[in-house]
Each structure stands twice: as C-alpha cells, then as structure tokens.
Design a binder for this molecule. Structure first.
Ligand SMILES: Cc1cc2nc3c(=O)[nH]c(=O)nc-3n(C[C@H](O)[C@H](O)[C@H](O)COP(=O)(O)OP(=O)(O)OC[C@H]3O[C@@H](n4cnc5c(N)ncnc54)[C@H](O)[C@@H]3O)c2cc1C
Length: 592
C-alpha cells in the first residue's frame, strides 16, 4: 500500500481560500480568542505527522491481528497502546474539548479535518478517541457540574475513554423499545441493569477507565422514545478526589468477529446493577444522546471519505506504475512492452470519479462543519442559519459521504484488477473497513428517513428552503462570465431539486408511503446538488488563482468533470424518487 499522505494543501485551500475561515473566526469572538491561521496550520501539520507516522503504519497489523478477548479482558493489537499514548500525550484528545475543563476548544472546521487524517490512517484506531470526544461533548452540554468536574478533564487528557451504549439485540434502529432498566437509588444515583450489543470500545486496554454513556428506562417511564434517559456508567467508580475506586458492575461478555475494522473492539456489555448517574433530564435521554450522535454522524461521514481518500492515493500510485495494453491512439511508452494503465479511458474515469467525489466530500464536510461552528458560536441570524443548515445536513453527511466512500473504495480496488482482491496491496482492507460506515450510527436508510420525513416534511419544507436560499444567493452573486459553465448547471440542479422537494411535500400528504419510497433517492439528489454548490465555490477560487500553481488547474479540470460526468446522476435519481410507492407495495410479501 502507498504511504499515506495527508492532503494538507487541499485542506488549507478549503479552510482559508474557499470558506474564508480566518474572516469567520474573527467574526465570532469566542473563536477569535482561540484560533488564528498560524495556529490552525500548525495543528494540521502536527496532526498530519501523527496520522502518517504513528497511526497509518499500525493499520495493517491491526487488521491482521485484531482485538482478542480473554476472561472479560480485551487486548488491542500490537502498536495500538503505544500509538494511543503518543496521540493522547500530544494533546490531540483535547482538541475540540471545552476549555473550562482542559479542552482546546478548536472549531469543528479544524477537528473535522483532523478526524479525516486520523481515519485515513486507521478507522479502527480513530474510533477510540473520536467516540470519547463525542461522549465528552454530550457530557459538557448536558451533564451536571459535579459530573463534568469529575470526568471531563480526564476524558480530554486521554487517561479515560468512552463508549456509547444504545443498541440491544432486539433494538437497533428502534431505540424506543430498549429494555435496559434504571432504578432510582436513595443516594440519587441509579442502578442500571440490561445487555447492550455492538458497543464500540466497550472494553479495551488503552485507557485506565472507560466511561459508558448508556440509554435506559425507569420502570414507570412512558413507552417509546419519550421514556428513554441517559446515564453515565464508569467502568471503575471514581472517588471525589478523582482517583479510581472499585470496579462497577459492568462487564464485557464477548466481542464480535466481523467483516472489517478488526482492531476496533465491538463488545457485548452486561450491566448488572451497575451504578449510573443521570445526564440531563429524565426521559430526555435521546435528545442528550443526539448531541453526541449528530457529532458522530458527521464523523462517520468523514470516515467514509477518509477510506476513499486513502483508496484514491493507493490506486493512483498503482495506475501510474502498472503497464498493461496500449493507448487507443497509439503506443505512448514505446520503450516499454506496454503503456501504463493511466492511458485507458476507463481507468481515468475511475480515478476521476474518486478524485471528484473525494474532493467534493471534503469540501462539503468542511462547509457543514462551518455551519456547526456558526450554530455553536454565532449569534442572531448567523446562528439560526448555521443551526438550520447543520441540522439539515447531518444525515446528508452521514449517508452521502459513506455511500460515495464505499463506492470509491471499491473503485480503487477495481483499478488494481485482481491485485485489489488479494491481501498484498491493502486495497481490500479499505473496502471492508469502509462498509460499516453505511450501517452504524443509524443506517443510511434511517438517515434518509430522518432527512425527508423529519426534517423536510416535518418542517413543511422550511428547513430545506434555508439551503435553497443559500445556493440561490450564491448563484445571483456570481455573474462572472468564466463561471457560467458551473453556475448554469448548478442553477438547473437547484431548480430541479427545489421542484422535487415541493413534489414530495404534496405527494406525501396524499400518501405517506411516498416518503419511505423516495427517501434514499431524495437524499442523494440533495447530495449531488450540494456537492455542485461547493464544487462551484472551489472552481471560482481556482479560476482566480490559476496560473500560480498546477493545483488550481487540477481543481478547475476536476470541477468540469464533476459537473459533466457526476452531477447528471441526479436525473435518474429524480425519476426514481418520483416513481412513487405503488411498485413497492403492490407486491404481496408472499410474492418476494
Ligand atoms: C461494528 C459495529 C459497531 C457498532 N457500534 C455501536 C456502538 O458503539 N454503540 C451502539 O449503541 N451501537 C453500535 N452499533 C449498532 C449499530 O448502530 C446498529 O447495528 C444500527 O443502528 C442498525 O441497527 P440493527 O443492526 O439492529 O438493524 P435494524 O434496526 O434491525 O435494521 C435492519 C434494516 O431495516 C432497516 N430499517 C429499520 N427500521 C427502519 C425504518 N423505520 N425505516 C426504514 N428502514 C428501516 C434498516 O435501515 C436496515 O436496513 C454498531 C454496530 C456494528 C456492526
């Protein structure tokens, strides 16, 4: 496998040229105090070193050795403990954390790029700190002062990690039917009993304590999602001075053997009257957990991109070296027995598909992260718009980037021919590791329903109008002649998308099944349209700067490729979305 190289230039281009992060940070007083361009660049460069030199090199070993389970203990693959120690000692576990408790408080625009590097290095490794950061976010937002003081600092320091315990064997997408019970105790704590499955990082040897965030129900709680509460359950009790006490009654029963992310421990967790502490209000657990899940969902989207980005780097290096066949127009490399496969149109198609989708996903994820920063640190209209756009685009980031990410790991594998199928080159690991990103943190089907049912139909189109206005404003403000090749198809795509939204709003009133039938296609039409928006923005900056560097030429040419070869995918998706639900429900279950 090619050595991983962090696409630092692309990341800097997005942050500072396309999305003008410096101006944005200056506009938001909290961020102005914490970060400037110099700090941000230093952070990204240092993080790139860790990802390239410490994390990427252990990934193959992690895949081959995996995690092992013995008598309740989980041991990580060789190299993981050392890499985690280096990572934590470098302060990286504190990057996005609340400064009041020892975090660095960096904006999501930066932490999102940091997550991409980490996951391109190794998704399995990244899951341990990324889940901890998500749990810390939920605790920082909803936890009591007492809990925050006792737990947050050590989660930020990397001494303790965290897990997210939602899923039960009978309750995955439908969390409303969980059975884990929380019984109130006289001292104000709760006794938690139940079994959770598929818990990432539920048990391992990287940190001295593991803080589980657990969904459970009180005996008299209302049925369904409105009766769920969130509890903090430490593996080891924590004394008032922060030292570790006795073992809590929570244990790992077994670990799963699975298709990919072998170095990530996926655990069955048994809670047998474990002592837990309420986070947030009773019966408001799902809302508290959503703070973490929204953060994680963008992160999972970025995992899809990160695997695809690595796949592209490998495939490109291979394609340049691999000699097979001759160019249709005549031999290019006459002193060799064959030309490199780069001469073949189909190989160029595959490489450009990957390049255009990866760079588009990176741009869109940076844009969504920017909206999250406005939502967190902005005020007034800026804050409201950031909130609307990030809410709307969270399911998009999760599902669209992971669907494209998986497609692109497979495309990279295809470029290797048979050499992509065998272990030697490492391409098949990327395919296996990327696959889970479409499933966990709410399947992509659930994301599509969240977008169309809850966010679009649920707001009667108002939330989506915020996006449509945003892109329309950009189109109107960009009349330059040399941008028309991008602006005209963007305007067409936006019109069609806006029309599709109205069509589905009307149709769903006539027949509710139209929502489920159209949701997946709708999400992808939204994705290709939003990606066209950020590709136009990238092309605009590249046109201004062209001549100074080949990087900008490559951007303009890749933008052209996106608009002519990938954006048209939306047309078949629109046709499918409009085809209605009859063909899905006409066929009786027995006829399947
Ligand atoms: C490796 C791994 C790591 C994981 N890590 C964690 C973790 O750390 N913490 C945790 O709590 N969980 C974790 N999970 C669980 C994961 O989030 C769930 O597997 C996932 O949410 C789907 O739930 P399920 O497997 O029960 O599938 P189901 O909910 O049974 O879904 C089956 C199928 O039905 C579809 N479906 C279900 N309901 C609907 C609906 N209403 N509308 C449309 N389609 C629907 C789904 O999209 C899917 O295709 C992990 C899973 C794996 C495999």
């Amino acid at each position: 496998m090619a050595d991983y190289r962090v696409p630092l230039k692309d990341m800097g281009f997005l942050l500072f040229d396309v999305f003008k992060a410096e101006a944005m940070w200056q506009q938001l007083p909290t961020l102005a105090e914490r970060v400037d361009r110099e700090t941000a660049e230093a952070i990204l460069q240092e993080c790139a070193k860790i990802a390239e030199q410490e994390i990427a090199p252990i990934s193959r070993q992690g895949d081959e050795v995996g995690v092992s389970f013995n008598d309740g203990k989980v041991t990580t693959a060789p190299g993981y403990k050392e890499a985690f120690k280096t990572y934590a000692e470098g302060g990286w576990t504190a990057l996005g954390g609340d400064p009041e408790y020892g975090g660095m408080g960096m904006p999501k625009m930066l932490t999102a790029q940091h997550e991409e590097m980490l996951c391109s290095g190794d998704i399995s490794f990244a899951l341990y700190p990324v889940l901890t950061a998500g749990a810390a976010l939920s605790l920082a937002k909803h936890g009591s002062e007492e809990l925050k003081n006792l737990y947050l600092t050590r989660m930020y320091s990397g001494e303790w990690s965290a897990s997210m315990c939602l899923t039960e064997s009978h309750a995955g997408s439908d969390l409303g039917i969980i059975r884990t019970k929380a019984i109130p105790q006289e001292d104000g704590s709760y006794s938690i009993t139940g079994n959770k499955i598929f818990i990432t990082g539920g048990e391992h040897d990287l940190t001295e304590n593991i803080i589980h965030l657990v969904l459970a129900k009180l005996p008299d709680a209302p049925a369904g999602p409105k009766g769920i509460s969130l509890f903090l359950v430490p593996k080891f009790h924590v004394n008032n001075d922060g030292s570790l006490g006795e073992r809590n009654q929570v244990h790992c029963g077994s670990i799963e053997h699975k298709m990919g992310i072998h170095a990530s421990a996926t655990c069955v967790m048994n809670f047998d009257g474990a002592k837990g502490y309420l986070i947030g209000d009773l019966n408001r657990g799902l809302a508290c957990m959503f703070t973490m899940m929204n953060f994680e969902r963008i992160g999972v989207g970025i995992q899809g991109l990160s695997a695809a980005s690595r796949s592209y780097q490998n495939a490109l290096e291979y394609a340049k070296e691999r000699l097979q066949g001759r160019a249709l127009t005549g031999a290019k490399n006459t002193d060799k027995e064959a030309d490199s496969i780069m001469v073949h149109g189909d190989v160029r198609r595959m490489l450009l598909n990957m390049k255009a989708m990866n760079e588009g996903s990176r741009a869109l994820s940076t844009y969504i992260a920017m909206q999250l920063d406005y939502a967190t640190y902005g005020e007034g209209e800026l804050q409201a718009k950031g909130d609307a756009l990030s809410t709307l685009m969270t399911p998009l980031a999760k599902a669209f980037f992971t669907d494209l990410g998986f497609e692109n790991t497979v495309t990279g594998q295809q470029i290797f021919g048979g050499h992509g199928f065998i272990r030697e080159w490492g391409q098949e690991q990327l395919v296996r590791d990327a696959r889970i990103t479409q499933i966990y943190e709410g399947t992509n089907g659930i994301q599509a329903m969240d977008l169309l049912a809850r966010k679009v139909v649920g707001s009667q189109g108002k939330l989506m109008q915020v996006f449509i206005d945003e892109v329309n404003d950009y189109i109107k403000a960009t009349p330059a002649e040399n941008m028309q090749e991008f602006i005209a198809p963007l305007a067409d795509a936006l019109n069609d998308f806006s029309e599709l939204t109205q069509y589905l709003l009307t149709k769903s009133k006539e027949n509710i099944n139209e929502i489920g039938a159209a949701a997946n296609d709708y999400l992808h039409v939204f994705g290709y349209t939003a990606m066209a928006f950020v590709w136009a923005k990238m092309a605009e900056v590249a046109l201004e700067k062209q001549g100074s560097d080949d990087f900008y030429q490559a951007k303009i040419k890749t933008a052209r490729y996106y608009f002519t070869r990938l954006l048209p995918r939306r047309l078949s998706l629109i046709a499918s979305a409009k085809s209605g639900s009859d063909t899905l429900f006409d066929i009786d279950d027995e006829l399947f």
